[in-house]
Design a protein around this ligand. Structure first.
Ligand code: IPM
Ligand code: MG
Length: 378
């Protein structure tokens, strides 16, 4: 087959796959109600690098704050060990089948960082994160950022299953001279993330939602995203809505005069990835942020930083700061309806952040000491 025919066939297969995904979204029966479950299974999946160490500390905090419900059997913890880079390379899969089956047997997942292989690191397998978001249809990536002393209280709703990411590992390298990647935006995918953002704003007394795109250039995909967000906004007349291009919003976030006026953001996948790292840095660094990946059936909570393999190579993983995983645990609690427990964790986490000195080395505290401080202050 010549290269043009091969590219056409490849593209046709991608379109078929995306059409099937649209059908699945159309048939989705809506969000699970955790208050109606007799039992909630929390899967703790350590991942790579410092992941297992910091996830174990966050799990200890969860077990402490949930101890009555753990004792009664309402909350069950499951350990999921196999999501390591070694296993993924051995299986040549972003998520080995047995691990995926274990994840699907849980209601909710606390996940440590996983190493994403990049070109040159051996088999160029897809990111485990991206695969998990797709396999469990975790369409909303919710990332809160707060700097109370500056009046900053932002919540980002990053679309998590579409955009450049949906087909990120399925581009076409046509020949030695030319490659394509693809970006996809669907009506169902956009409306569901927009609705999450506006519902959150309504339920939490937020007055303003900002839509972020580059719709002046990406006219088909971002243009659709923008139009549909405005359409959903009509259902929320009490909420003020406006839109910004991703370039100027990244400038506005470092403009101290205007940034505190923003509250909720809704944005496509790639821009959400970039802007939320910028926002986390304003809060104190990517190590301070937690992230919720929410779907209708499953939800997964994680830190937004990486797996820091160098800390493990130099024998320092016990000094890794579990704050972002504990923040993820707090988001998990809130999601399953344990609001008071979540408030207790966040208050105790603040005390630990203010009193325990973490340096990532043996001149600072260990992750276990940090978590002990959180647990003592719950
Ligand atoms: C994030 C991360 C991931 C992403 C990587 C690890 C695939 O940067 O959660 O923001 O790009 O989504
Ligand atoms: Mg990122």
């Amino acid at each position: 087959m010549d290269k043009l025919e091969a590219a056409k066939a490849h593209f046709a297969a991608l379109v078929e796959e995306q059409l099937a995904r649209v059908e699945r979204m159309k048939n989705d029966t809506g969000a699970v109600d955790y208050s109606k479950l007799d039992q909630i299974i929390i899967g703790c999946c350590g991942g790579d690098g410092i992941g297992p160490a910091i996830t174990a500390e966050a799990e200890r905090v969860l077990r402490a704050v949930l101890k009555d419900d753990v004792a009664s059997g309402k909350i069950i913890f499951k350990q999921i060990d196999g999501l390591t880079i070694e296993n993924r390379i051995a299986a040549n899969k972003a998520i080995p089948d047995d691990v995926l089956a274990e994840l699907k047997a849980c209601d909710i997942i606390l996940k440590g960082p996983t190493t994403t292989p990049s070109k040159g690191d051996g088999p160029n397998i897809e990111s485990a994160n991206v695969a998990m978001r797709r396999e469990l249809d975790l369409f909303a990536n919710v990332r809160p950022v707060a700097v109370p002393e500056e009046g900053i209280d932002w919540t980002f709703f990053r679309e998590n299953t579409e955009g450049e990411y949906a087909l990120g590992s399925k581009g076409i390298a046509l020949d030695a001279d030319m490659s394509f990647d693809f970006k996809v935006t669907t009506t169902q995918g956009t409306e569901r993330i927009a609705r999450q953002a506006f519902e959150f704003a309504r339920k939490n007394g937020k007055k303003r939602v900002a839509i972020i795109t580059k719709a002046n250039i990406l006219k088909k995909t971002d243009g659709k995203f923008l139009e549909l967000c405005y359409k959903v906004a009509k259902e929320y007349p009490e909420i003020e809505v406006d839109d910004w291009f991703v370039d100027i919003i990244s400038a506005n976030l470092i403009n101290e005069k205007v940034r505190k006026n923003f509250e909720v953001f809704v944005l496509p996948n790639l821009y959400g990835d970039i802007i939320t790292d910028e926002a986390a840095q304003i809060q104190g660094g990517v190590g301070t942020a937690g992230s919720a990946n929410v779907g209708n059936k499953y939800a997964m909570f994680e830190a937004i930083h990486g797996s820091a393999p160098r800390m493990v190579e130099t024998g320092r993983e016990q000094y890794a700061n579990p704050a972002s995983m504990i923040k993820a645990a707090e988001l998990l609690l809130r999601h399953i309806g344990y609001k008071d427990e979540a408030d207790r964790v966040i208050a105790a986490l603040k005390i630990a952040n203010d009193t325990i000195k973490m340096t990532g080395r043996n001149d600072g505290a260990t992750g276990a000491e940090f978590a002990n401080c959180v647990i003592e202050n719950l």
